[in-house]
Structure formats: C-alpha cells, structure tokens
Design a protein around this ligand. Structure first.
Ligand code: MHO
Length: 264
C-alpha cells in the first residue's frame, strides 16, 4: 500500500468514526446499559460474579452449630434466605490442626454468616433444634450436638431454647452450649458437598471461583448446594435461578434436578 493510499484510508476511517459518534449522540444512544460502571477503586467489576454474590451485604453476623455429619446442615442452612455464607469444619476440641481423618477431640461443625436484617439468630436456632434429634447421646465427639455461642445474647437464646426443647420433648437434651473459640476449616471436598457431586455445575462454579476460599464464601454456591440437598421448592428455585450466575445449560441442569428432588 502506498503512503497516500494509507492516508486516504485513515481519513475515511476517521470520518466513519466521527460519523458514528455523532449519530450516537443525535439518536440518544448514550444509554445507561452501555455505560461501563467503575467501582471506587477504578476497577471494572467482574461481570461473571453471580448477581446474588455481587449484592451480598457487607455486614453479617456469625452462628456456629454442630449437629451430626456436616454435609446436610451445610445444605439446609445454605438454602435459607438471609444466610450469606456457609463453611464446614471442626471445632470444640483441643488437638492441633484437626483433619477429617485425624479429628482428635473435635466435632463436625457448620459455620454460618447471616444477615440479621433478613434472618435472626433465634430463627436459626429454631431450625437447628428441629433439624436433628438432640435427645440421642452420641457415641463419639465427631457428631456431638453443640451450640458455639459468639456473644452473651447468643448464649442466652441458646440456653433458653434448650430448656424449651427439654420441656417440649420431655427428655434430656444432650446439646452442649459452649463459647466459640476456634474453627478449623474442613477439607475442600467436604464444602458444599452436594454441589461437588454434580460436576457439570461444579465446573461452572470453579470457573467463576478458581480460588477455593472464594468458592466456599459464595452465596450462589450455598444456595445451589441447598437446592441439590433437597431443600426449598421448585417455585423458589425458578425465581432465584438467574441470580446464581450459571450458564443456560447450568440453569437447565438445576431445573432438571429440582424437578426430581423438590416439592412444587
Ligand atoms: N462417613 C459418613 C459421614 C460423613 S460426614 C462428613 C458417610 O459417608 O455418610 O461425617
């Protein structure tokens, strides 16, 4: 290409560009949906973050419960509106660095970060009491029922509701109510256990959250794991599905499983 050809081409391209900008302005196409929003630090928000995670409240409170094998409670509590994050781990013991195969005197535990404006500690406690049988004495500390309280208000509510349950059941409730001290995160394969059993969905979540800590902290992952564990209704799933950040195929997989597992 000659130098003058090149110049002509640049002029033509420039004219097209200016024309396009003018046309845009004249037709009022500077619409909000094509404006890129930057956050305070000037970072472009990651479009792939599921909407439910992008709108997670910054202020949460924490509840820590033990009620047997932690897979089920991770799913149950993760399904609740107002629960923002769940994680499973080991707590209550004295031996250092517990793992699933070297648990020492620790107990399988679920930890919940919740938005107190959407769900109260008292409601979480009620769900705690009704979702297991605390009148059966467990043979090992692995599955001991324990409420680990994080403050004196939680302690008061736990003690009061334990007494209420003993009166209601007319039996000894073996649940320990002790101050929270330390939580040891369980191995990755225990986190959101039912979700980990559906590789098609897991692949999508891992693509969004390659970092295991981010995956564990995802509200979307907690809810998906809730529905896959059989909690919630098909109607609620249909309503919330678009906030989980899944692909059309992922959404279809969720609905297929939901139709099998969930009540209408
Ligand atoms: N080993 C039992 C319980 C697992 S749970 C994490 C099972 O396979 O169901 O304690």
């Amino acid at each position: 290409m000659t130098a003058s050809n090149k110049a002509t081409r640049l002029v033509v391209l420039g004219a097209i560009l200016i024309g396009a900008i003018l046309a845009g302005i004249l037709t009022g196409c500077a619409r909000e949906d094509i404006v890129v929003n930057y956050d305070k630090d000037g970072v472009v928000p990651d479009a792939s973050i599921p909407p439910i995670d992008a709108s997670a409240p910054s202020k949460t409170e924490t509840a820590t419960f033990a009620l047997g094998c932690f897979w089920g409670p991770d799913s149950l509590f993760g399904s609740l509106v107002g629960v923002i994050r769940t994680r499973v781990g080991y707590a209550g013991g004295t031996t250092p660095s517990p793992t699933y195969h070297n648990l020492g005197d620790h107990t399988e535990t679920i930890q919940i970060d919740y938005d107190p404006t959407q769900i109260s500690y008292e409601q979480l406690l009620d769900i705690y009491w009704y979702s297991h049988n605390p009148t059966v004495q467990t043979s090992s500390r692995q599955y001991m029922p324990i409420v680990f309280h994080h403050n004196s208000e939680q302690q008061r509510l736990a003690v009061e509701t334990k007494q209420r349950e003993e009166a209601r059941l007319d039996r000894t409730v073996y649940t320990e109510i002790i101050p929270f001290s330390e939580f040891h995160l369980a191995e990755y394969y225990h986190q959101k256990y039912y979700l980990q059993g559906v590789p098609e969905l897991m692949e999508e979540l891992v693509a969004i959250y390659p970092n295991s800590g981010d995956f564990i902290d995802s509200t979307a992952a907690a809810r998906i794991n809730g529905y896959l564990g059989g909690y919630g209704t098909l109607e609620a799933l249909e309503e919330q599905l678009s906030s989980f950040g899944l692909s059309p195929a992922g959404n279809e997989k969720m609905l297929e499983i939901g139709r099998l597992l969930l009540p209408g």
